[in-house]
Design a protein around this ligand. Structure first.
Ligand SMILES: [Zn+2]
Ligand SMILES: [Zn+2]
Length: 346
């Protein structure tokens, strides 16, 4: 008999998924745990106990041999062995620094659900943000032109906003708010890939370049400066687009006049994103220091595509601390009220 465990099987499965996502394991590896959690969630304790005794957990769609073992151990009140294993492998601190700043963050301005290219439903993202101690999470699924990521048309975005309202209604007044947002593509000419009418209805808008990352520097500078000057833009997402490691390989940073772009950010009160994803580390350190010296605001964002990835923010915190950026210049250290009033269209 293992160590005692009384959090129950759903919590065990969710924690396993969280740990794998935080380690940026492939979504398909994580899916087994999320699917099993969803399959057993509606079942009562009695039925679970009965199925464990009869060995019929695997008759449930979404429950396989290894997830059934986790469920059986948790139902018997034993700490699942798989949980011990993954806690040991992935549960420790992700980076040496950044923890003090991470503790000062009150939310996250950049996250994706399964409405675009994320792996989990909106409500699971919100639940995990609450568990991480956030006061707010901005849901920023992609815009229509990013077809590979199932970017949302104006119609789908409108439907998503109703879902966000429903999630907030369901959560009630517990002090957490799921905010309406978008990661809107910056088109070649610097215009935004969503209608003004829809952008108007959002709380926070992150604008990012996802196409033609290798265009020549003068054209890229014009493109980014134009986007930053758009009255709807609040955050300039992963400004160079580089990839430094990871399953998608590497990609060099875009070339542009960073001083001109960051000065435009200061002029228009747009925050420069410190994208916390370890494979991005964007902006690179020299640009981060330039943005600091030019006087930019910053937003430290997880750019999570799965709930566990919401916990990646500390990677960006470590870099911001190293660069000596004062917490008050980081917009997600602000209260919900201050953040949403800052983010209103200019
Ligand atoms: Zn992006
Ligand atoms: Zn994103």
């Amino acid at each position: 008999m293992g160590e005692a465990y009384d959090d129950g099987p759903v919590a065990a499965l969710r924690r396993l998924a969280f740990l794998l996502e935080r380690a940026r394991e492939d979504t398909y590896k994580v899916k087994a745990y999320r699917a099993a959690a969803a399959a057993i969630l509606p079942l009562g304790d009695e039925e679970l106990v009965r199925r464990v005794a009869a060995g019929t957990l695997t008759d449930l769609p979404g429950v396989g041999a290894s997830t059934a073992r986790v469920v059986a151990e948790a139902v018997r009140g034993e700490r699942p062995r798989r949980l011990d294993e993954l806690e040991q492998r992935y549960g420790g601190p992700q980076v040496a620094g950044g923890h003090e700043l991470r503790a000062a963050l009150r939310g996250d301005l950049h996250s994706h659900s399964d409405w675009s290219d994320g792996g989990s439903p909106i409500e699971e993202m919100a639940m995990t943000a609450i568990e991480l101690g956030h006061d707010y999470l901005v849901l920023t699924d992609h815009s229509p032109r990013l077809k590979v990521a199932r970017g949302l048309s104006a119609e789908r975005l409108a439907r998503q906003l109703d879902v966000v309202d429903a999630v907030n209604d369901h959560l009630g007044d517990g002090g957490f708010r799921l905010l309406k947002g978008i990661e809107v593509d910056i088109l070649d000419d610097g215009s935004l890939d969503q209608t003004d009418a829809m952008l108007e209805r959002l709380d926070v808008r992150v604008a990012s370049v996802h196409s033609k990352l290798a265009m020549d520097a003068p054209a890229m500078t014009r493109r980014m400066v134009a986007a930053v000057g758009d009255p709807f833009v609040n955050v300039l997402g992963h400004c160079t687009g580089r990839l430094v490691r990871g399953s998608r390989g590497t990609r060099p940073p875009s070339a542009f006049d960073a001083r001109a772009v960051f000065e435009a950010c200061v002029e228009h009160d747009v925050a420069v994103e410190i994208n916390a994803r370890p494979e991005r580390r964007d902006p690179p350190t020299a640009l981060l220091q330039l943005a600091r010296d030019v006087g930019c605001l910053f937003s430290i964002d997880s750019d999570a595509h799965a709930p566990g990835q919401l916990d990646l923010q500390v990677h960006g915190c470590e870099r911001a601390e190293e660069a000596g950026i004062e917490p008050d210049r980081i917009v997600n250290t602000w209260s919900l009220e201050r953040l949403t009033s800052w983010a209103r269209p200019r």
